[in-house]
Design a binder for this molecule. Structure first.
Ligand SMILES: Nc1nc2c(c(=O)[nH]1)N[C@H]1C(S)=C(S)[C@@H](COP(=O)(O)OP(=O)(O)OC[C@H]3O[C@@H](n4cnc5c(=O)[nH]c(N)nc54)[C@H](O)[C@@H]3O)O[C@H]1N2
Ligand SMILES: Nc1nc2c(c(=O)[nH]1)N[C@H]1C(S)=C(S)[C@@H](COP(=O)(O)OP(=O)(O)OC[C@H]3O[C@@H](n4cnc5c(=O)[nH]c(N)nc54)[C@H](O)[C@@H]3O)O[C@H]1N2
Ligand SMILES: [Mo]
Length: 769
């Protein structure tokens, strides 16, 4: 695989180094530098007037939903200026840019030439301005009319031997309206092949919470943060990825909450936060956020959680009824006794050694938890992307159950979502394993019989394309090639397709490593106005806490040739299904209220959708945990008994997590700095513990090649700069997507099938120039 000719960054043809500059690790996040940084970027991309207009309407009631993350906005008071953060502003700048890719651009640059650029350079080119087509054997994308594009895709889809030979991916920015129509079209076409970015993201949370608590979503609202006594933050870097969460944490802390951070890295945002929207923050005088920092080894969480539980069990035995919520446990849970017996088989000192956290710190944590009962647990990719991710998340739930910390104010689960509407897309039925209930509702309302057979998730669809079982790949947003594991394998998979199609705002690598034929269909983004008959139309999204709100763009689109995502789906469906469709696609594309009315008929919780979505701040979807019930097969919360799996490393091996820098949104690279971590102007770095560097006779600044050999395949990413960093021994960190070449396609989490992007076994060799 090493000499693969496809233009994939990573191994044989390393991108150029850009010149590392190192600074100090920042002690506090945000403050003035964050404000300056976001303004600079938006003015550069969109110009002053357009940029300020966008920022002013971002996350305002009646404005548009921030495309950056799924953190909610306050229900009542929102600041006078828009509720946004540095990285939200940069996400808007990316989209609001006035740079656009015209037909001339594509005729001047061949696909191969573009593919040799870095992701940073490709993304910086601007918005795609008209539909483009790459014919078989072609070297350059050419313009194509919308009608011809849809007709062509329809022909290819209808030519397949079975609808299951097509795959329909979704990234998480797609609105509720577009997502609902997309899954409806795909199911009427005849397949459940609806993989989405969730498969690589919070799938493990959905599976764990669904089985343990009966709903695959978190239970808390923003107000719970303000009432919580303890907030645990596991495997999440909110200072970079959910900056507005820091405001909620700050308020929680002012109300007396203790904040416990569990992370291999001392992430700046968690350690301290200067709120740029408060005068004190601008002056830089806010206190640190984290009270207890537990620096676990990568995947040490299970051992740590078991250690905490063990100490609590002992305390409860000394002081019965004063540590655990026995009333809650009796009334609402199953499996308590078995769990307690299981926990008592462990030894606290051994657990402490396994997770890498000193026992006295774990004891301090247990003492805090013993006395408190309103506990919130937040987590993100630091828990979900490991082999035993589902069990680890269930272990977090075990702890909350012991304390009765679910379904009451100030307590509960908080899986912090990534993409701004990833949760809504699932609610709308973007799921390769739909429930029978959902399929019945589709059948009842739309008079066709949707397929029952489960479809492919992300990993399965890559393998299916590789084996030639899937031949047409269609993506509603996202950057499939760069986001998925085992880049070379995935590139081969995509290139074996007959046709690859991307509905997209901007150019990315997935458009450049393509099937025999390829298409880019340019769509409106969140910030763009969606005009029809003189009316600016809105769509809606669901945030991380189950609030559905409208989102209405404010900027004139950069090109008259862009279509909205709902309209693209309608026209694709008409072109593909023609008269065999039971659905009036034309009507949907004319009037989004009709789409919402049909969502209301099909999906529980959307009563009076059209009316309530127009109310300021939107509405909450029902959530059984919030109401104190558990909607699983036993109608009770489940304690889970899971083994302690410890990944054994050989003497020369390291465990690598692939993380985000401060200057990126997933595969979109905004810049080359990771300001909080003190790393500037370079992404090809590997963060290592001082002892691991010395042990290998390396020093800071040396160049190394990174290797992984899972399944006997030699994977290599060349030319990374060694950076000494306060990370636990035997652990290492690199940025994704550069190191996705090393993430094995067959290394996935049990039950959720999520690639183990935070648990990659590595060996290093010195880079030979
Ligand atoms: N600006 C910006 N915002 C974003 C994104 C972005 O790329 N840029 N991406 C969006 C998306 S899709 C998502 S899913 C979220 C991602 O948000 P995060 O999950 O915060 O993103 P990661 O950078 O993957 O960070 C994972 C964190 O987990 C820690 N970690 C890694 N392994 C372990 C482990 O074994 N145990 C523990 N306890 N911690 C561990 C890492 O040190 C890091 O702090 O952010 C969303 N928001
Ligand atoms: N190694 C490693 N791999 C990972 C992760 C990791 O932590 N480590 N994280 C995983 C996670 S959590 C996720 S969520 C996935 C992300 O996977 P994806 O969602 O597939 O990737 P993104 O980079 O978010 O997609 C960005 C592209 O979406 C398009 N886009 C932006 N806005 C819009 C829009 O409004 N409409 C449309 N149609 N297109 C739009 C643009 O073309 C842009 O290039 O990556 C996963 N991959
Ligand atoms: Mo994500």
């Amino acid at each position: 695989m090493a000499d693969h000719p496809l233009p994939v960054p990573g191994s044989e043809n390393p991108e150029k180094l850009t010149g590392l500059k190192k600074g100090k690790i920042k002690k506090v996040a945000a403050g003035i530098p964050a404000v300056v940084s976001s303004f600079e970027k938006i003015v550069e991309e969109a110009g002053l007037q357009r940029g300020m207009k966008a920022l002013f309407h971002l996350n305002k009631k009646g404005g548009f939903d921030c495309p950056s993350c799924a953190w909610p906005d306050p229900d009542d008071e929102r600041s006078g200026i828009a509720e946004y953060c540095e990285n939200g502003a940069r996400a808007v700048a990316e989209e609001a840019t006035t740079k656009k890719l015209t037909t001339e651009f594509f005729s001047q640059h061949s696909v191969l030439e573009l593919a040799k650029l870095s992701d940073y350079e490709i993304g910086g080119k601007g918005r795609v301005a008209q539909p483009m087509f790459l014919p078989a054997g072609g070297t350059h994308y050419q313009p194509i009319s919308w009608n011809a594009a849809f007709a062509k895709i329809g022909v290819e889809l209808n030519r397949l031997a079975s609808p299951d030979e097509a795959v329909f991916y979704t990234s998480g920015r797609t609105s509720n309206e577009a997502a609902f129509l997309y899954q409806l079209f795909v199911r009427e076409f005849g397949t459940n092949n609806l993989p989405d970015c969730s498969n690589m993201c919070h799938e493990s949370s959905g599976v764990a919470l669904g089985e343990s608590l009966g709903i695959g979503k978190g239970s808390v609202t923003l107000n719970d943060f303000y009432e919580a006594e303890v907030i645990m933050i596991l495997g999440q870097n909110p200072g970079t990825n959910h900056p507005r969460m820091l405001t909620a944490l700050q308020k929680a802390k002012a109300n007396g909450a203790t904040i416990i951070s569990i992370n291999p890295l001392p992430e700046t945002g968690l350690m301290g936060f200067n709120n740029p929207q408060l005068v004190t923050g601008v002056l830089g005088i806010n206190p640190a956020l984290t009270d207890i920092f537990l620096q676990v080894k990568i995947n040490g969480d299970m051992a740590l959680l078991k250690a905490i539980a063990l100490l609590l069990v002992r305390e409860e035995e000394h002081n019965p009824g004063n540590v655990f919520d026995q009333y809650f446990i009796q009334k609402n849970t199953e499996g308590y006794t078995a769990f307690i017996e299981h926990i008592k088989t462990f030894n606290d000192e051994e657990l402490a050694k396994t997770c890498g956290v000193p026992l006295p710190l774990i004891q301090e944590t247990a003492r805090v938890l013993a006395r408190k009962s309103k506990i919130i647990a937040c987590w993100a990719m630091g828990l979900t992307q490991h082999k035993n991710a589902v069990d680890t998340i269930k272990e977090v739930v075990n702890l909350l159950l012991l304390k009765g910390s679910i379904g009451k104010p100030g307590a509960g689960t908080c899986p912090v979502r990534g993409h701004s509407n990833v949760q809504g897309d699932r609610t709308m039925g973007i799921f390769e394993r739909p429930s029978e209930k959902f399929l019945h509702a589709i059948e009842r309302n739309f008079h066709f019989s949707p397929p029952k057979k489960h479809g492919y998730d992300v990993v399965e669809c890559i393998k299916a394309m590789h084996e030639g079982k899937a031949k047409v790949f269609i993506a509603m947003g996202g950057n499939f090639l760069s986001a998925t594991p085992d880049t070379h394998f995935t590139a081969e998979a995509l290139s074996k397709c007959k046709l690859t199609v991307h509905v997209s705002t901007k150019l990315n690598r997935s458009h450049l490593v393509h099937g025999e034929e390829a298409m880019i269909l340019p769509c409106l983004g969140r910030s763009d106005m969606d005009m029809r008959d003189g009316e600016n139309r809105f769509v809606s999204c669901e945030n991380s806490m189950g609030v559905v709100q409208l989102s209405k763009g404010v900027l004139p689109p950069v090109s008259e040739h862009l279509l909205s995502e709902p309209e693209i789906v309608c026209r694709l469906a008409s072109a593909t299904l023609g008269r065999r469709s039971q659905i009036n696609w034309e009507l949907y594309s004319e009037d989004y209220d009709v789409i919402r009315a049909d969502i209301e008929r099909t999906i529980p919780g959307f009563d009076r959708y059209n009316e309530r979505v127009r109310q300021q701040g939107g509405f909450y979807l029902p959530n059984c945990n919030r109401e104190g019930t558990f909607d699983n097969d036993i109608q009770k919360a489940r304690f889970n008994v899971a083994p302690l799996q410890i990944a054994q490393l050989a003497e020369d091996e390291l465990m690598m997590m692939t993380i985000r820098s401060h200057d990126q949104f997933n595969t979109t690279i905004y810049g080359l700095n990771d300001r909080y971590r003190g790393i500037y102007n370079e992404r090809r770095v590997i963060l290592m513990n001082e002892k691991d560097i010395t042990k290998r006779n390396l020093k800071n600044g040396d160049l190394v090649d990174l290797h992984n050999h899972f399944d006997g395949v030699a994977r290599v990413a060349r030319k990374f700069i060694v950076v000494e960093y306060p990370i636990p021994e035997t652990c290492a960190a690199t940025y994704f997507p550069e190191t996705n070449v090393l993430v094995p396609i067959n290394s996935v989490a049990d039950k959720s099938n999520t690639p183990t992007s935070k648990q990659v076994v590595l060996t290093l060799t010195r880079h030979a120039p």
